[in-house]
Design a protein around this ligand. Sequence first.
Ligand code: ADP
Ligand code: MG
Length: 343
Amino acid sequence: MSTPTRTEVSSLGEFGLIDHLTKNVELQHASTILGIGDDGAVIDHFGKQTVISSDLLVEGIHFDLTYTPLRHLGYKSVVVNLSDIYAMNAQPTQITVNIAFSNRFSVEALQELYEGILSACNKYGVDLIGGDTSSSNKGLLISVTALGEVAPDQFVKRSTAQKGDLICVSGYLGGAFLGLTLLEREKRIYLENPQVQPDLENEAFIVGRLLKPEARKDIIQYLEDQQIKPTSMMDISDGLSSEVLHLCKQSQLGCRIYEDKLPIHEDARRAAFKFGLDPTVCALNGGEDYELIFTVRQDDYEKLTLQEEISVVGYMADLDEGHKIISKGGNTFDITAQGWKAF
Ligand code: ADP
Ligand code: MG
């Protein structure tokens, strides 16, 4: 087997590295007036409003390179930011990327990271317009800032849900947490016995949910096509329980969620049982699904049923009715943001 080439970052220097990583960047948006190469980028959203969102990802805290390919990490760092822009009912247009890395990382490794970043930019049609590059004493840090545009005052906040509105979620919940559980388990086995090769073949769904999340551009498009404007919205990065409580708190309302309405994929359900976990608990408390949660007026219900990727899971209630989930057996439990293990 030939050893892969390893080019030290020091051989290119900082500017050489930036050139190398960004030489294939092509700008697509008329709103990008000036991209990489100057002290600042210039954008003009031509009368639209600009939405901005940032995330910071730290090795060992937010990702583990033992089982995360750099390409996937690059892709995911962009997607999680775009998810925030869509959650504001806006269209992402540009990103900036800041990275800091120790000398453990070669030019080839950083290039892989950028292949993932640029692949996400292509897929979602956003321009990479700048960033910053630094060395770090230990590990890898990635910070992405996404900019988006929205027609004046068409952005959707968390605080504007109304009593009686339907609570909707996109896609499936709990899969990413189960993917993480599996990979952490396989990592432990591998560290104890490096001869054992992990068998992830039957678990492509949950592993994919963790390592290759997508942002729900399609759902925002669908809502626009159907002329449904959500009354409130956010993305699901910390689990449904936590996020629904955010919507409720900021809108000063209570809620009802129905266990039997939670969208749980068959593969996730099977994996949960294999690990001795309750699929409902995974769907409520597992993080990193990057789906959308939003509320709509009851009049919009008919239009929602046309889209099978949207599930109505409950409704907003008065604040004094509390925050409750109704189990399949008809029992009522309080929704708590953490450690909810009632079933
Ligand atoms: P400054 O000295 O102002 O920090 P740099 O030399 O770091 O400027 O950056 C030069 C250009 O390259 C700028 O346009 C900057 O936005 C861009 N850039 C720097 N680092 C990155 C990166 N990691 N990814 C994308 N663009 C970058
Ligand atoms: Mg710089």
